[in-house]
Design a binder for this molecule. Sequence first.
Ligand SMILES: [Zn+2]
Length: 175
Amino acid sequence: MRREGLLDLNEAVQHPGKKLVFKVETELGQEEDLDLVEPLRGELSAVSTGNLLLVKTTLRTRAVLECARCAAPVETDLEFTMEDEFDVEGVPSSFASDSYAEVVTDEPVPIFVQNALILDAYVRQGLLLNLPEQPLCSGGWDGVCQESVDTGHRGGEAVHPAFEGLSRLIDREAP
Ligand SMILES: [Zn+2]
């Protein structure tokens, strides 16, 4: 069963040792801070030990980030792996016919509805954790940024981002 945005992992939760593998794809429709050029695509697997549900996900996408130095858009390939354990309470139904095991989480943002994973909520957490901290449009910290190429008056000069904003202000006020 695969309802919109939900990945039903109940079969794994009720059958410890049984591994489920899914192909997943999502565009993270409601993401404001991130501009994804391509949907996130990859594979998710889930297996329960009885007390823990182990979820492993590998995803790829291409996103537009902001250069840490000049704020120019930088298109970057992203690939990351998430591995998480979720507590399971109760006796799996494969052990006793009148029982039921359920994933329990204390996440501030819910990522499970009963035993179905809310794919976007889960993937968003992983994506945000795995973004490069200081994407650069070109050349690294000592190279030439897109902005200095465009305006032509700071070519090749390495400017700390704190001063970059300041010098932009000064540029603007110059006659
Ligand atoms: Zn730059």
